[in-house]
Write a protein that binds this ligand. Structure first.
Ligand code: UDP
Ligand code: MG
Length: 351
């Protein structure tokens, strides 16, 4: 076990650990007791960013106490509860390491897995190492089923591949963190945003443990919110529902027209019935179609607002090796473009 310099050096740490915490007083001492030896034994300079997500219990006081004797502990306190994903984002924006690991405070993500993650990133030269749950037997049947349905829906809607058993326990290179940090969107769901970048990645399996203490901060309402954010963050498919209903309505209106004319030809209708039925069906279809068209424009505006960069440059031979590339691809510069014109000029086919 190589001892790490305990001075609060301003030196950039190689590894940053980002931990969102919301009312975690019960589990915090257990968490620190388990995390610290693991990190001290890594032989790499590190920092732990505890993001206190507006806790109302003694979490901030406990963190302050630990901070006095654990110099690598950095506490970031949010003014109000912003939610799990936002808390991680706050940590990512401030983390300085060449590699950043995000994990929960409740010891469901075993800290011991950080070492194999770091090894995998260095050895295989990848940007992302996903922690993948090998066994979900500890989750309730409801949680397992809802998770499966949720990932299936996202895959169908966005055509994007996120591993069903990968949560928010992952390692990211500096380039990945920089890429995530420039995404301007609100309510981003990192477990989908990160795979959507498509950076080179690998996986490390682990056994998800039970929450070591305290209660889950994810009630059903927050789970629903996460699902909605995931779907609307990656797809404008729901907006297209009106278009499709309009098309279906149009077909139905035509059928009604034929039916009404036939019924009339046989003289089996009350006067005025034909025109009323056809008018109602046709108006319904027209309205839905118009809604659908509006939806298409709203969708385009929404995509433009998200302003996802069209690409990230990893290397440019003209510039030679990238600044600070001592740590390999960890510093692969994230030149991003958010300027539509420049992008169109470089990728005319994509214009
Ligand atoms: N968390 C947070 N803000 C919230 C809710 C949760 O920072 O509004 C943190 C929480 O402290 C924990 C992690 O997010 O470190 C995951 O939450 P939890 O374990 O309660 O979720 P579950 O594992 O039950 O889905
Ligand atoms: Mg948990």
């Amino acid at each position: 076990m190589s001892a790490i310099p305990q001075t609060p050096s301003p030196r950039v740490p190689e590894l940053s650990i980002v931990v969102p915490m919301y009312n975690e007083e019960a589990v915090l001492p257990l968490f620190v007791d388990r995390l610290r030896p693991v990190l001290d034994g890594l032989g790499a300079a590190y920092e732990v960013l505890a993001v206190d997500d507006g806790s109302g219990d003694s979490t901030p006081a406990i963190l302050q106490r630990y901070g006095r004797q654990w110099t690598q502990l950095r506490v970031v306190r949010l003014r109000a509860n912003a939610g799990h994903q936002a808390a991680i984002s706050a940590g990512l924006a401030r983390a300085r390491g060449s590699y950043v690991v995000t994990l929960d405070a409740d010891l469901q993500d075993p800290p011991e897995v950080i070492a194999p993650m770091l090894d995998a990133a260095r050895d295989q030269q990848v940007d992302v190492v996903y922690g993948v749950r090998e066994d979900r037997s500890l989750d309730s049947a409801f949680k397992r089923l809802s998770a499966r349905a949720f990932y299936w829906l996202i895959r169908k809607l966005s055509g994007m591949h996120a591993h069903t058993d990968a949560g928010d326990f992952r390692l990211m290179s500096r380039a990945t963190v920089d890429a995530v940090n420039v995404l301007p969107e609100h309510g981003r769901v990192l477990r989908f945003v990160v795979p959507a970048l498509g950076f080179p990645s690998t996986r490390v399996g682990y056994r998800r443990e039970e929450r070591a203490a305290g209660r889950s901060k994810y009630p059903l309402s927050k789970m629903v919110r996460l699902s909605l954010d995931s779907v609307t963050g990656f797809s404008i498919a729901p907006l297209r529902v009106a278009t499709w209903l309009g098309v279906l309505g149009g077909v139905a209106a035509l059928a009604v027209l034929v039916f009404a004319l036939v019924a009339r030809a046989f003289g089996q209708v009350a006067p005025g019935w034909t025109s009323t039925v056809v008018a109602v069906a046709a108006m319904g279809a027209v309205q839905l179609l118009c809604l659908g068209i509006l939806g298409e424009y709203v969708g385009r505006t929404y995509s433009a607002l998200q302003a996802r960069p069209a690409y990230f440059v990893a290397y440019d031979s003209l510039e030679g090796s990238l600044p600070g590339s001592g740590s390999g691809l960890a510093s692969a510069a994230s030149e991003v473009t958010r300027d539509g014109h420049a992008r169109a000029a470089r990728h005319p086919e994509g214009a």
